[in-house]
Write a protein that binds this ligand. Sequence first.
Ligand code: NAP
Ligand code: F7E
Length: 408
Amino acid sequence: MIGMARRFSTPFTCTAVVPQPSTCFEIHSSLENLLLFAQVLTRPIQKGRYLPQVMSGKTAMVTGITGQDGSYLAELLLDKGYEVYGLVRRVSQPTSGRSLINHLLTNEKFHLVNGDLADQNSIDNAVAQSQPDEFYNLGAMSFVPESWRSPMMTADITGLGALRCLEAIRKHAPHCRFYQAGSSEQYGKVRDVPQTEATPFHPRSPYGCAKVFAFEITRNYRESYDMFACTGILFNHESPRRGLEFVTRKVTMTAARIAKGFDECLWIGNVDAKRDWGFAGDYVEMQWRMLQQDTPGDYVVATGRTHSVRDMITLAFSHVGMNLVWSGEGVDTIATDQDGTIRVRTNPKFFRPAEVDLLIGDPALAEKELGWVPGTSFEELVQMMVDSDVAIVEEAVKGGYAPPIPPE
Ligand code: NAP
Ligand code: F7E
């Protein structure tokens, strides 16, 4: 039997009620286990890197609130005294699908509004009713490989979705400031190294193309209607809340599973791709800062450092005591640990029809105009993610249920 399901940003929890016959444990659907999982993921950020708390009295609407960035941004805005409205897709099992924001549901300043970026009516109603001062459009189909499988849906949600938000604001709350979640995927086949706000775009996936449309329409609404509308061109940012299919989290969860005896080996794609990886908790601060300035503008948000997928894997595995030695090339690439066991193998199915080989952003403008600098190093980020995933696997073992498996 083949079950067809809508893609969700937190798939483990959303599909937790589906039995997984190929795993050695049955996944329990009990609320307790889901809450336990959510508690690990939503532990507060330890370092005090946010600006001092301001009791703002402002109202913000956030799309994509159930995702990685949405959950961190909601925490930041609540901390600053905002009334926060999160747009959520209607799901049949609301508790399980919202593991990253379950801890916010009892906050009286936190509200969920049903809506979908594909549906203009629902966004119109949400904006008209909540009358936000600031609107953060973080919602998207954000997984690049899926964008080749579902290009129309990606264009509709990731591209046109931004236009629907702008239209809703123009009609129902023209005073509202708008933030669009742009992406380094807009640069694709890069024309400059490092990439700046002036670097031309050359997207390499339907996702990248949709983000270029969203960027351009945001600029167009700013110029056409004098709206306060900005795009943050964000480079890859990760955290313990990152979706399990993205490479960093796939690596850290698999390293944790291998360390605890659930798997023997990580199956991976192109390990030579290079990314500028930062910490999502640092990056949502910049999203907020962009809407606090006097004039709207677009900014690169990045660390200015790049690492290969291979380096990221080596670092993650070293945190669980495995020192990898690499050999082979392309689809024959493997890595063995100090005992000679193969811990990484390559599968061509994880390669992309068109790859973005190298991304490295120049965050100089963000520092100069908004005083923003990333506070977390690559090494700290990887360690934080490995530690979190080891804790998740250990808690699953204690609870007698199966630890999460990264989807393919
Ligand atoms: P994410 O974890 O994948 O979250 C995506 C969010 O979009 C989820 O809340 C999802 O809701 C929502 N969504 C998907 N389809 C929707 C629809 N039809 N209507 C309403 N909401 C919908 O993404 P993220 O990593 O937090 O990224 C946030 C934003 O930044 C995205 O726009 C992404 O493209 C962009 N971005 C991310 C990075 C990065 O490295 N993380 C870098 C550059 C740009 P469900 O829970 O219902 O699925
Ligand atoms: O891939 C390579 C893959 O899926 C990173 C999204 O948040 O950041 C993200 O997009 C690199 C690519 O992220 C596997 O080929 C190798 O070169 O973690 P990723 P992404 O495609 O860079 C941008 C900025 C966004 O805007 C997006 O929304 O890793 N890679 N082997 C692999 N990637 C995955 N997922 N799985 C592998 O097995």
